[in-house]
Design a protein around this ligand. Structure first.
Ligand code: NAD
Length: 367
């Protein structure tokens, strides 16, 4: 079966049928030979910190995918990556010839790991090239961009996943289960914080507005995600406040944002994110006591705590390897992604409201 005919086939199977698991797709190799023992080929776009330190090492441990190609604007990186990961020259692209990746049968998935302001353009170009897409968080600059990205992927019949790695790891899944099963009774309040001390130079894109920088966009989306998956509910309103105590260092974007989410059933989440300090916890109070994770969103070293001082832990696995494997399995099995574009959109609708509340001096914004 050729690429497109398979994709149309996947599109035509109803979401309900897929969710019910009543259809299983035989593994079809999109018209290329099963090189790498049936693994899907991933091309990383943007070879900065996250691709270098986390995704490429993760791709050495994956069972269902491998690092097949790279897209970089820095010619010196081409040889370094080619030598290190045995990437053939024909699978190395720059931002100018990127669109010709459409003809490369080694590449099944394009993983966009660029500054946030570039996500929309590269996700849409990847979809037009007929490739499945993974896009890093935050999905885009705002909800409207997310809608365009979802539309483009739907039109091309390709899958779109957001790199919410925590949704694939067992600590977070345990927290989601506690909410679903009301293990400790009904949830009442949440306190969530995450941040780090930003030591990057003042010209770095993470503190530039045009690139979609700022604490809320960088780390705040984890706190926001945590409030949503820890309750299993969608917030109905938000209030938010922005702080810039050192405008010589950080002035175009927020250094610290605090935001409060009101959920149905009288649940309130009090969230904070910052570039001023290392902080990382998720604390949930329910009828039968408090539980949570600290840290809750590190790449490793998470710990879980339960009421009455009990603790829980899981064996450590490479989070990004687990995430990419599961995303690839979903594509191969014809299942919907656990973290589709729609999930990124939900967050960005709330981020837009958080920014609006800050602009209006902390006014409550209904969602
Ligand atoms: P980074 O600055 O280290 O890397 C960005 C890459 O984009 C660099 O290789 C840079 O050369 C390239 N680039 C191309 N055009 C550029 C331009 N015009 N300006 C600046 N850089 C340009 O950033 P990063 O920390 O790797 O973050 C990349 C993406 O990954 C972001 O969306 C970020 O939010 C996300 N991220 C996710 C996680 C996670 O845990 N899921 C962790 C870190 C970063």
């Amino acid at each position: 079966m050729k690429n497109l005919s398979r994709r149309r086939f996947i599109k035509n199977v109803s979401a309900a049928t897929l969710a019910a698991g009543t259809v299983s797709f035989p593994f079809v190799n999109y018209g290329r030979p099963l090189s790498q023992q049936g693994k899907l080929g991933i091309a990383l776009v943007g070879l900065g910190y996250y691709s270098t330190d986390l995704l490429s090492p993760g791709l050495q441990q994956t069972e269902h995918c491998y690092l097949a190609g790279i897209v970089t604007g820095t010619p010196e990186k081409e040889k370094i990556w080619a030598d290190k990961f045995d990437i053939p020259k024909k699978n190395i692209y720059n931002y100018q010839n990127f669109d010709t990746i459409a003809d490369n049968k080694d590449i099944d998935i394009i993983y966009v790991v660029l500054p946030n302001s570039m996500h929309k353009e590269y996700v849409i170009r990847a979809a037009k090239a007929g490739k499945h897409v993974i896009c890093e968080k935050p999905m885009a600059l705002n909800a409207d961009e997310c809608r365009d990205m979802i539309k483009a992927c739907k039109a091309a019949g390709v899958s779109l996943s957001i790199g919410y790695r925590l949704r694939y790891e067992p600590y977070t899944q345990e927290i989601e289960k506690f909410a679903r099963e009301e293990t400790y009774g009904k949830i009442q309040v949440l306190n969530i914080a995450d941040g780090f001390r930003m030591n990057r130079p003042t010209e770095h894109w993470k503190i530039k507005a045009a690139y979609g920088g700022g604490a809320m966009m960088d780390m705040g989306v984890y706190a926001l995600q945590a409030a949503r998956y820890s309750t299993g509910k969608e917030p109905v309103s938000v209030t938010a406040q922005q702080f810039n105590p050192d405008p010589e260092q950080i002035n175009e974007v927020d250094e610290t944002t605090t935001f409060q989410l009101e959920f149905p059933d009288r649940i309130v989440a009090n969230c904070m994110t910052t570039f001023s300090s290392s902080v990382n916890f998720l604390k949930i109070n329910a009828q039968k006591g408090g539980y949570g994770l600290e840290p809750f969103q590190g790449y490793s070293g998470q710990h879980g705590f339960l009421p009455r001082g009990e603790k829980f832990d899981f064996p450590e696995k490479h989070q990004q390897a687990v995430q990419m494997d599961e995303m690839c399995k979903a594509i191969m099995d014809g299942r919907p992604s656990l973290t589709p574009g729609e999930e990124g959109l939900r967050d960005m609708v709330i981020v837009d409201a958080i920014k609006e509340s800050c602009k209006q001096g902390g006014k409550k914004i209904k969602l």
